[in-house]
Unconditional design. Sequence first.
Length: 359
Amino acid sequence: MRALLADKSFAATLGACVLAILLLAMFGGAGPLTPYVVNAIGQLAAFAILAVSLDLIWGYLGILSLGHGLFFAIGGYVAAMHLLKHSYEVTSVVPDFMQFMGWREFPLYWAGLEHAPYALVLGLGLAALVAFVFGYVSFRSKVGGVYFAIISQALVYVAMLLMFRNDTGFGGNNGMTGFSVVFGWPMGAPGTLLGLALASLVALVIVLLGCRLLVTSRVGRLMVATRDDEVRLRSLGFGTLWLKLAVWCGSAVIAAIAGMLYVPQVGIINPRVLAPELSIEIAVWVAVGGRGYLSGAVIGAFVVNALKFWLSTAAPEAWPFILSGLVVLVVLVFPNGLLDIAGLKLRPRWFRSTAGQVP
């Protein structure tokens, strides 16, 4: 545990997450922690998990994915299907989009989704399967760099076009909404919002600890070596295909977890979650916080999205320009994001030589 917390930034971030859990547990729904604030914290925690999933492969493995929203959406859609099927078990009313299509029963592929364990396994397994197929074909063909980024973005765009179709059974362009209960609790109730926010923060702590354990291990050193000079690593007899594939699939599973936690808190999912803009924004969160620092991914996700939440009400037209300005500032002035501003020297010696270099 001492080795895991040796990074001061990581320890501070982890401590802040634990403190947030304690404060929510004690004061959730009271004082300044209104249900709106609690819900916002839960959403930010889900976004932070999503940012960590990308940082794991981009910051430590050198693989930039501009289609990570696909795995986030897979988890979110499976969670939505479970909530709708669970609501049907309680109300005996099929979702609105099925009534619009004239369907009186759920399609066959919805079978079993009323059971939460099955939905969890299905969502994570499907994300891992899609990641494995796409990653194996790409990595075996030695596709990398900007080409991998472009192909991954094309993949998420194709998925978005598919989900816009109304006859797919996934809500079409209107998406899925109308969730009434989650684990028997009424959706939107203060207690439900508090429980979901706490679950998101606890999941964030677990993901942070798991990823930290990975990147500080021998596997983590191989990840960094692959990022810095994959050809030399292969010439020394190390196979990189299965290393990249394993980390890539693990990253996809983490992104799916984030989607599963996010959808119940916003109460809707539609094909917009598959828009390439979201996948690009995920990369911006990681870059702004500090690529290659797990703590930086969390900080970037919280800061950028908290700013977005505020500006969405105060000055929505200004947000695109502010986001673009943040990207330019990071690229030109602060290659390690907000951690550069703080003046922290956080990387271990074997990791500092390549700090700030974009693969």
